[in-house]
Design a protein around this ligand. Structure first.
Ligand SMILES: NC(=O)c1ccc[n+]([C@@H]2O[C@H](COP(=O)([O-])OP(=O)(O)OC[C@H]3O[C@@H](n4cnc5c(N)ncnc54)[C@H](OP(=O)(O)O)[C@@H]3O)[C@@H](O)[C@H]2O)c1
Length: 450
């Protein structure tokens, strides 16, 4: 018996998937039992080249632009959704589930926004929705959280899970170029979209950390509860200052279960956010450069595990998609061997969260800050800053004053302050008061420290 795939999309990821499925030799033997029945695309006239077919196109009758006919085809067992975006992906996935198809998807935007209805529908129909490729491309982090680390009480996930922003920040560190010129270059090289908003402003990383946090902490996550800040405001001066202090700047996605004493009656709120972060040079994530992704997972009893690898690209993402196809096919085979018409869902492969997690508002989180102030060059400035911080219970770790790099004016000075770990709300209240000081010129940079 062969298992039939309906492949929705033949772009970067879809082509990678077709390449693997059409060239099974030397890979998992189960691949010989899997075949692509049909491929759905938008344009039937676009030239396509499949490496495993000797750079030839798929035979004409493989492709259709009627994607609904694929998801309702009684012959198809698994629908692989790699078209991306919300619609028509959402309607196609829901229709496929209603027709009893198992789903494999790489679509984080869809899952982070509509995971609720998709997983509820899948549960009631008894089908799998597999999502390994939706986070960190080729890194098997989803499988690890669902299965290999299942014995652990996960306490935190910290990840570099957006390749575009990591590429830009790496080049800013290495070559000292400006954000704008590197972004333009990244767009030419295909590392950044024509509209880079989803990457640069942290939306993509927020979608992904919502999915990972849900897997790690066992509850659904509302996307609008995730604090999000992108990298648009990071300047060459910040990169230089970070380097001088022994840090690198990375866009981190963080999900933590804050420690709560056993006596506390407070419900456990998760701390989930995406923002540029100063990380010490010796930290494992500091050396993750370019488009590479990495995620550290901390849990009890395992301690810390670090996953790193290619976070995107045709082959890497297809590797994750095909691994999910294999898992579903293996489960289907077991059910068939047990003569079950409807496979019993393997709990370790499914997602069955019922409730939404409470997510802490950013003001309640505890953070250490790096702040760069440009002030008038006059006596008493540092005292004024210290008084405002002290009034709001913000203790300082270091204060450094030097001539301002941003202005040739001799009347301005730069004061760099590193706080201790403090309640974010207190820190923000102190900053609000500082902005009213006559001695303040501006506050170009506030970055949290890991
Ligand atoms: N690219 C990566 O490295 C990567 C990594 C991880 C996850 N992902 C995710 O994987 C998914 C696919 O990404 P991709 O980079 O492969 O996208 P892509 O290169 O733009 O390919 C999209 C494919 O879907 C088809 N398609 C799009 N809209 C359609 C519609 N309305 N009707 C029919 N067909 C439609 C396109 O058809 P035509 O070919 O006819 O235009 C194309 O074949 C996305 O969810 C993305 O977030 C991508």
């Amino acid at each position: 018996m062969t298992y039939k795939i309906g492949l929705l999309g033949l772009g970067t990821v879809g082509t990678g998937v077709a390449n693997i499925l059409l060239d099974p030799e030397g890979r998992n033997p189960l691949l010989h039992e899997i075949e692509i029945k049909q491929v759905g695309v938008r344009s039937l006239t676009k030239p396509r080249s499949i490496k495993s077919l000797g750079d030839r196109d798929l035979p004409e009758d493989y492709c259709t632009d009627d994607l609904m006919s694929i998801v309702t085809d009684p012959d198809i067992d698994i629908v692989v959704e790699v078209i991306g975006g919300i619609e028509p992906a959402r309607s196609l996935v829901l229709k496929a589930i209603a027709h009893g198809k198992h789903i494999v998807t790489a679509n984080k935007a869809l899952l982070a926004r509509h995971g609720d209805e998709i997983f509820t529908a899948a549960k009631s129909t008894g089908v799998y929705v597999m999502l390994e490729a939706s986070v960190a491309g080729g890194i098997p982090i989803v499988q690890a959280l669902k299965q290999a680390l299942g014995a652990n009480r996960i306490t935190s996930l910290t990840g570099i899970i957006n390749g575009t922003t990591n590429y830009i920040l790496t080049r800013m560190h290495e070559a000292g170029e400006s954000f704008e010129s590197i972004l333009a270059d990244a767009q030419k090289l295909g590392y950044a979209e024509a509209d880079p908003t989803a990457d640069i402003d942290g939306f993509d990383a927020a979608d992904k950390i919502a999915i990972l946090a849900s897997l790690a902490f066992g509850d659904r996550i509302k996307l609008d509860r995730i604090y999000r800040e992108g990298i648009r405001n990071i300047t060459g001066t910040d990169i230089k200052a970070a380097t001088e202090l022994g840090f690198v700047i990375k866009l981190l996605a963080i999900a933590r279960r804050p420690e709560i004493s056993p006596e506390s009656s407070e419900s456990q709120e998760l701390d989930i956010r995406v923002h540029p972060t100063l990380i010490p040079k010796h930290h494992p994530l500091a050396s993750i450069n370019g488009v590479t992704n990495a995620v550290t997972v901390s849990g009890d009893p395992i301690g810390e595990v670090v996953f790193s690898g290619p976070g995107a690209g045709s082959g890497a993402t297809a590797s994750a998609v095909v691994a999910d196809i294999l898992s579903v096919v293996a489960a289907l085979k077991t059910s068939q061997q047990n003569h079950q018409d409807h496979p019993k869902i393997n709990q370790l492969m499914g997602c069955s969260h019922q409730h939404y997690a409470s997510v802490q508002s950013i003001d309640k989180t505890i953070n250490q800050f790096y702040v760069r102030f440009i002030t008038r060059n006059q006596p008493g400035v540092i005292g004024d800053l210290g008084t405002c911080f002290g009034k709001h219970l913000v203790s300082l770790e270091s204060v450094l004053q030097k001539p301002s790099l941003e202005s040739s004016s001799e009347n301005l000075a730069e004061v760099v302050i590193v706080t201790q770990r403090v309640i974010e709300g207190n820190f923000q209240a102190a900053l609000a008061e500082i902005t009213k000081l006559p001695s303040l010129y501006n506050i170009p940079t506030v970055i949290r420290i890991l």
